[in-house]
Structure formats: structure tokens, C-alpha cells
Write a protein that binds this ligand. Structure first.
Ligand SMILES: [Ca+2]
Ligand SMILES: [Ca+2]
Ligand SMILES: [Ca+2]
Length: 455
């Protein structure tokens, strides 16, 4: 072969290389701290969840601020010059009273900072495939009421301690909740009762921007790959679009988009009517008296709050190069925690929101439903979600809850008082991962927990 042919040959190869798709940027070269891509904020304080994403224009920044203020407002009985229209029945008085510091809440029933609400139903499906209301109570039980009205019922909880033993002999005490409904204002005939504690609200804009196709690609309903994890998408009616869409928010992926979630929170959690839900939550019930307060809220406020949440940044990870943390990260993969808590996803493109578009994010969720076994089951079906299925909880920000909440509680009803307890409650599709965790030695368990605390 002549020298010329060799050069031509090499040129041909390099031309071929140029025509191939660019090699993906190596995963290890990404900055592991950037939990939300460009929508990441570096703050480890109690206010870590309360920051706007970078890159909002001045108009958008103003809407974000308006939404921020509205999120914090305490509502009162109508008539009032500002923030009227609370109730007559409600679970709490402001968004912030449940979502503490834009993070999760507390399961402190009976106290003002309680972030609990209760989904209720009778068997069957409504016209959209959703839960069927309990006569006289609807699909949510409001345990508080304005002066002069009666709460739908009182809800109390008691916890039974029991212990779990690790393979190395160490034990940990868990507590099993039992809820009681007392003093209903009229005969109560509900069959399913689902107590839920407020989850964090930052990062929902990014979750909303993940393409449906990505979520569908994780579905493995008949567990074809045999790893014991199936994963199923929920499809729910979205009153904003009038269509059935893949569910992403709520503990059973029971809501498709942020605006719907905000409007229904005002309506059901606070009794504040709005353009998507113009009738009081207790309308049609025996105790309902027509109030002259509808709609309680301006359309622009509902939309500003949705915009505020969509543009909340996600806090950065910490101590990502610590050797113990890296060991924990390996264990998280080895135990297949990552089978559900997907570490890395990519958002799609939303031209109206460049600051959320095409980002490599680390939400640690697949947003799918998983059967978590009888211990966590609530018996409440919601569209395609059965009574033992839950959405994989995102783990981003989880290491900061002790700062944002003082005392942190975990799982849908706040029964777990530590990460360790939360893991030991895993069952069903996650039984295998839980058992593998239980069998780890102490140092390895600590490494895994250290890793989770850096999220
Ligand atoms: Ca009202
Ligand atoms: Ca109700
Ligand atoms: Ca599988």
C-alpha cells in the first residue's frame, strides 16, 4: 500500500466517524452535584427548596414572586378583604402550613402544622376512572372547619411499636400506624381510607417536563426482565387539558400536571374555590349552605402559584466525592434500589421554559407505580393504581429534610422517623432490595445511608 492510499484510508475512516452520531458525553464527566441540571441551586440551609431557577426574564421573575407570596398566604373565612374563602371545611389554612419551607410536612395530627390529608372512597370507578366519592363526604375527608361549621370528622392516629432485626443482630424499632375516624357529622360509609402527608413541592416543573415516552420505557408490567420489579404507569384525567394523561404527581401518580394539582389543593385542602373547581368541596352535602364567596380566588393567582412551583430549583448534592458516599452509591445500584429510584433522567424540550428543557436531572424516581406490599397498602384505588401501589418517591433533596423540617418524617403517611425505618418498610416489588439491605453489615448500611443523605 502506498503512502497516499494510507492517508486516503485514514481520511475515509475519519469521514465515517464524522457521519456517526456524536458519542454521548460520558456519564462520569457530569458534575454529580447538579441534581436539577441548570435548575440546580447551591444552598444547604433550611431555605434550600425555596429558590427560583436561574434564567427567568423579568416578567417571569415577577410571576414567580407573586406565586411565592400566594403560596404563603393564610386564608380566612369569607367575607374578607384579602385571602377570604377558606372552608367551610378544610385540612389546613395555607399551602405553606402543609409544605413546610416548600419541602415535606409533618404527620402531627391535631396540631396546626399537621400536613395530613385523607383520601376516601367507596368501591368502583367514577366516569373518568377515578375514585368514587363517599356519600356526604366526597373523596377527601376534611378534619377542620370554620367556626360555626362542623368538620367532616375527627381523625386520630396511634402507633404500635415493633422491631426489625438486621442479619447482624442489631435491631431497629418501627411504628405501625392505626387511624381512627370519629365524630363524623353524618353517617360515614367510606371503605377505603388513605392518609397522606405533604410531599415536597420543588422540582415539579422538571418532573412535568420528562417525556411520556421516557416514563413508558420503564414500564415492565409483566416483569419481562425478571428482576422482581414491574412498574406501571398511571393514566389520569386532567381537567386542564380535558384529556387522560400519564400521572406524575401525588403518591399514586394521581395527578398529571402542576396546575391541576394547585387548583385541587386550593379546592380540597383549603376549601378555596377557583376557576377549575368553582363549587365548594362540600357542595351537595347535607351541611352545605350556599356561601356568597365563589370563586374565592383569581385565575391569575392559581396560575402564578403553578408557575412558582414549576420554577423552583432543586438543591445540589453534597460530598459527592467522599469515599464512603461513593461506596454507598455503589450499594444503591447493587441492591437495585435504582430499579425504581432511577438516578438519572433527561427532561424534554418545552420552548416556553428553556430553563427546564433538555436537562440531565437526578430525581431518583421513575414516577411509576409499584406494589409495595401489604404493610404499606391503603386499599385505596385511584385510576390504574391499586390499593397497594405507590409512586416511587423522588429522593432528591431527601438529605436536607432534617434542616427544612427540624424533625423529618418519611413515606406517604410519615410513619418512618428515619431513612433506615423508611427502607425497612419496603415490601412487595421492593422486598428483595429491602432484604438485601437487612443483610448488609453495619458499615455498609451506614455507607448507603450516608449516600442517601447527600441527595
Ligand atoms: Ca370556600
Ligand atoms: Ca370532603
Ligand atoms: Ca422488571
Amino acid at each position: 500500500m502506498t503512502k497516499g492510499a494510507l492517508i486516503l484510508g485514514l481520511f475515509g475512516i475519519s469521514l465515517l466517524a464524522m457521519c456517526r452520531k456524536a458519542a454521548p458525553f460520558p456519564e462520569a464527566d457530569y458534575d454529580q452535584r447538579l441534581t436539577g441540571g441548570i435548575a440546580t441551586v447551591f444552598d444547604e440551609s433550611a431555605k434550600a427548596f425555596t429558590h427560583a431557577v436561574d434564567g427567568l426574564n423579568s416578567r417571569d421573575a415577577r410571576v414567580h414572586t407573586l406565586g411565592d407570596l400566594a403560596f404563603e398566604q393564610t386564608f380566612v373565612a369569607a367575607p374578607a378583604s384579602v385571602n377570604g374563602g377558606l372552608g367551610p371545611v378544610f385540612n389546613n389554612v395555607s399551602c405553606l402550613s402543609c409544605h413546610h419551607n416548600d419541602g415535606k410536612g409533618s404527620p402531627t395530627l391535631g396540631q396546626n402544622n399537621s400536613s395530613m390529608l385523607f383520601r376516601i372512597s367507596v368501591p368502583g370507578q367514577n366516569e373518568y376512572g377515578g375514585p368514587v366519592p363517599v356519600p356526604g363526604f366526597g373523596t377527601q375527608l376534611q378534619n377542620r372547619a370554620l367556626l360555626g361549621s362542623r368538620a367532616e370528622a375527627t381523625v386520630s392516629v396511634s402507633y404500635m411499636p415493633f422491631s426489625v432485626t438486621y442479619a447482624d443482630g442489631e435491631t431497629l424499632e418501627l411504628r405501625r400506624p392505626t387511624y381512627r375516624i370519629t365524630d363524623p357529622y353524618t353517617a360515614y360509609s367510606g371503605t377505603a381510607f388513605s392518609p397522606r402527608m405533604a410531599p415536597p413541592v420543588f422540582g415539579v416543573g422538571l418532573l412535568e417536563t420528562i417525556p411520556e415516552a421516557t416514563l413508558r420505557s420503564f414500564v415492565d408490567e409483566s416483569d419481562a426482565d425478571g428482576d422482581g420489579i414491574s412498574g406501571k404507569a398511571n393514566y389520569v384525567y386532567n381537567p386542564v387539558t380535558g384529556q387522560r394523561q400519564i400521572g406524575r404527581l401525588g403518591f399514586k401518580s394521581n395527578t398529571a400536571d402542576v396546575l391541576h394539582q394547585v387548583a385541587s389543593a386550593y379546592h380540597q385542602d383549603m376549601g378555596v374555590t377557583n376557576y377549575l373547581f368553582p363549587n365548594e368541596s362540600c357542595a351537595g352535602q347535607p351541611q352545605y349552605v350556599k356561601l356568597s364567596d365563589a370563586p374565592d380566588l383569581a385565575d391569575s393567582t392559581v396560575k402564578a402559584v403553578a408557575f412558582y412551583l414549576r420554577t423552583l430549583a432543586v438543591p445540589a448534592r453534597r460530598q459527592v466525592a467522599d469515599p464512603t458516599v461513593l461506596k454507598g452509591q455503589d450499594l444503591f445500584k447493587q441492591l437495585n434500589c435504582s430499579g425504581c429510584h432511577k438516578p438519572v433522567l433527561r427532561t424534554g424540550i418545552d420552548q416556553t421554559k428553556p430553563y427546564l428543557s433538555n436537562q440531565r436531572i437526578q430525581p431518583y424516581t421513575d414516577l411509576l407505580l409499584h406494589d409495595m406490599g401489604p404493610e404499606l397498602a391503603d386499599g385505596f384505588t385511584d385510576n390504574y393504581a391499586t390499593g397497594s401501589e405507590w409512586r416511587t418517591m423522588p429522593l432528591w433533596g431527601i438529605g436536607l429534610f432534617e434542616r427544612t423540617n427540624g424533625t423529618a418524617f418519611y413515606l406517604h403517611d410519615g410513619r418512618a422517623r428515619s431513612l433506615e425505618e423508611a427502607i425497612l418498610w419496603h415490601g412487595g416489588e421492593s422486598e428483595k432490595a429491602k432484604e438485601a439491605f437487612r443483610k448488609l453489615g453495619k458499615a455498609e448500611r451506614q455507607a448507603l445511608l450516608r449516600f442517601i443523605k447527600t441527595l
